[in-house]
Design a protein. Sequence first.
Length: 364
Amino acid sequence: MGLFRRHKVWWMSLMYQGRQVRQSTETTDKRLAETILAKLRIKIAEGRFLDVLEEKDRTFNEMMDRYLTEQSVTKAPASHQRDGQCLGHLRPVFGPLKLIEVTPKLLAAYKAQRRQKAKPATVNKELGLIRHAFNIAIREWEWCRDNPMRRVSLEKVRNERDRWLTPDEDTRLLTHSVPWLQDILVFALNTGMRRGEILGLEWRAVDLNRQVLVVMKSKNGEKRTVPLNSCLVELLRHKTATSEKHSFVFTTSCGTRIDARNLTRAFYSALEKAEITNFRFHDLRHTFATRLAQAGVDLYKVQRLLGHKSPTMTQRYAHHSPESLREGVLILERHHPTGLAQIYHTEAIIQSRRCVSIGAGNGI
């Protein structure tokens, strides 16, 4: 470790973790350069030099490349694809920058610029991707010490969409769908599974004897078990009996996995023929949850079936279940009758005593 001069400016040269590192002291004063070098020695001794070094060396592109590679193992294919779409907007702005150059001010400026063209939810997905990548870089890779997204607020999103299929629309949609699409629609309406989860479902994850299936890779990266009703058990048994068994449950005529884009085209074609407007494939999931809530199923069970990590996501269906709220009140009568009876019994005693007192006063 030592000092050397380059174009009148003093530089520091040192070996760190097997590689040579050179840093400018940004001064022409040798005494000041020696002071900076002394402080650097202290940082190395305290283990604080690593963060600064990595922040100055690593770029945003390097961080995101490693993030995509490692997260592709745990994230669902649809989520991984969405990350790639977000990066299509992020890389031109932040790509070549060093991590230390990605500041809250720069991120806030990006947010302000993106909100002119994109919806708040889209902007939040892009900023959320940056925040998660920086968290990984801090905790697992030790590339930096601070997450600039900590001081950047997300956009306010009003998620008020409340669209589900009516029974009549349900019938019309199924009637105007081709057979393979009908199977997928029935599956979605009876499980609440996402499009990617249905298309990625493999036979090895289905247990017809126990009448359950396992979503191996959901949106939040966790497995979840989904019970199958008699309608789906019959549908799946029919598929196993009438077609050659492939890896995926829902396949093309060639036995390959159905492409999401082909599903989307067929779905919107059926919607048009059925004269159903303002409806997306994801709204089948809302239909499933809404029908459960309307039937009085408690929201905790709805949350487990949908695979929501937070109950906040499921609260949007609470207004669909007023009868379940009534049930919460009536349950007192069934499970605590003695308490209520005691109140009425006490009131009856008071009334009888009043009658006796009045009667005595009248000479009865």
